[in-house]
Design a binder for this molecule. Structure first.
Ligand SMILES: O=C(OP(=O)(O)O)[C@H](O)COP(=O)(O)O
Length: 265
């Protein structure tokens, strides 16, 4: 009876719930400035450290806890989540791996150095591939060094026939992410405290859905590694309350956004 009343009372008072979105820590491919997408690169030493000292530290500082974690089927997302959870003494939490949260497939650009591609095709074309909304990079070919590793990755074995991409635009990624986002949002609105550990383009796709941004506005968004983005939802209406909050030092975050936006060396 007491438990029942306590539940009723907390339902009466608790009217909002938070959701946290984090891009995984720096990967080996991020470090080498290579297009990565569906290639399963591990985190770099720096990326492991960012997961501890930026993502987990800022979440602990903000006293934000979780009930459930969503990751992609790519190892770097899970690796970052594991480090964050260990640091938060929350390794017991359920972690769901879902391929629909995989990074955008970068097609035949996979494995290429971004600066070298810019030297060959021009900066404008590279930025159109990286930050255009409908631009689809050329499909990955069997001659690409990562073609077979991606195709035969057992982490992708549950992908329905016909849905395994050979390349994706931002737009395709936004469409792919929509159903899993709707599933996650339902849980958030039921009061589950969810952490999503995702990737650069997938994080932007989620941001577009969450903030209802236009196609023109979302292409200007850049998500740094390991900076938690916090959202708050009204549990009754399902609407977003206020704006996103990026946890961390404002100047550091701006510098990292600029770094992510740039083609790099
Ligand atoms: O795999 C990638 O994203 P990830 O490091 O977030 O998984 C991309 O290569 C990021 O590159 P971009 O910032 O040029 O889109």
């Amino acid at each position: 009876m007491f438990k029942f009343l306590r539940g009723k009372l907390s339902n009466f008072f608790v009217k909002s719930n938070r959701l946290v979105l984090v891009r995984h820590g720096e990967s080996e491919f991020n470090l080498k400035n290579l297009f990565c997408g569906w290639h399963d690169t591990p985190l770099s030493e720096g990326g492991l450290q960012q997961s501890r000292t930026i993502a987990a530290a800022k979440l602990l500082e903000a006293k934000i806890g979780f009930d459930k974690v969503y990751c992609s089927a790519l190892g770097r997302s899970r690796q970052s989540a594991d480090v964050i959870l260990a640091e938060m003494k929350s390794s017991y939490l359920p972690v769901v791996l879902d391929w629909r949260l995989n990074e955008r497939h970068y097609g035949n650009l996979t494995g290429s150095n971004k600066r070298q591609v810019a030297d060959a095709y021009g900066e404008q074309q590279v930025q159109a591939w990286r930050r255009g909304y409908d631009e689809i990079p050329p499909p990955i070919e069997p001659s690409n060094s990562y073609y077979y590793a991606i195709l035969n990755n057992l982490a992708f074995r549950n992908i329905p026939v016909g849905q395994f991409p050979l390349s994706e635009s931002m737009h395709m990624c936004v469409d792919r992410v929509k159903p899993i986002w709707e599933e996650i949002k339902k849980e958030v609105l039921q009061g589950k405290r969810v952490l999503i550990v995702a990737h650069g383009t997938v994080a932007r796709a989620l941001v577009q859905h969450i903030e209802d941004l236009s196609n023109e506005d979302i292409v200007k968004v850049n998500v740094p590694n390991c900076v938690p983005i916090v959202y708050e939802f009204d549990l009754r209406t399902g609407d977003l309350i206020g704006n996103s909050t990026y946890l961390g030092d404002a100047q550091y975050i701006e510098n990292m956004k600029d770094k992510v936006a740039a083609i790099g060396d």
